[in-house]
Design a protein around this ligand. Sequence first.
Ligand SMILES: Cc1cc2nc3c(=O)[nH]c(=O)nc-3n(C[C@H](O)[C@H](O)[C@H](O)COP(=O)(O)O)c2cc1C
Length: 165
Amino acid sequence: MTHGLIIYHSLFGNTKQVAYCLANGMKDVGMSVECLGIEEIVLENLSKYEFIAIGGPTHIIGISKPLKEFLVKLKTVSLKGIKGFSFDTRNPSRMNKKWLLTLENSAARRIEGKMRRMKMKIIKPYLSAIVYGREGPLEKNVELEFRSIGKELGKMLVVEKDVEN
Ligand SMILES: Cc1cc2nc3c(=O)[nH]c(=O)nc-3n(C[C@H](O)[C@H](O)[C@H](O)COP(=O)(O)O)c2cc1C
């Protein structure tokens, strides 16, 4: 069975919710998947996973400080070849200054870049979930949307595994 892990950082619980939606979608198609916060991760255990997704809230148009620190620690283990995907939550209504709009407002984009530099194999481009306010809630339909993305990822992984065997 394909073994996956979803790692998240979440201040107010919205990104955690998205992480669980992805996990449930993957379970729907028969994948074994764990969903853990950055504080629960044992770095030495990561090499056993065939797929790792990483997600966090967008803070100051980038990655939140705790997730950034976690990603620095992540570089001490080899994740080469492990399949990956990144996601974030963000509240675009905070981008109310014109100059801010010229910047890419997404933690996931930066997380994906770091995963690539760790030689992970990105199997789907990063995605964002929108929250209504700083503390949420998630925009309508986000939960369904991310469950269906989880299914899509799960199918890709299960099919790839069949081809590899
Ligand atoms: C310190 C701070 C900075 C933030 N900066 C941004 C930002 O630059 N762009 C944005 O879209 N949302 C920004 N937000 C809104 C967060 O993205 C939002 O709180 C988050 O998606 C909620 O996810 P969580 O419940 O998992 O923490 C910021 C929130 C905080 C607390």
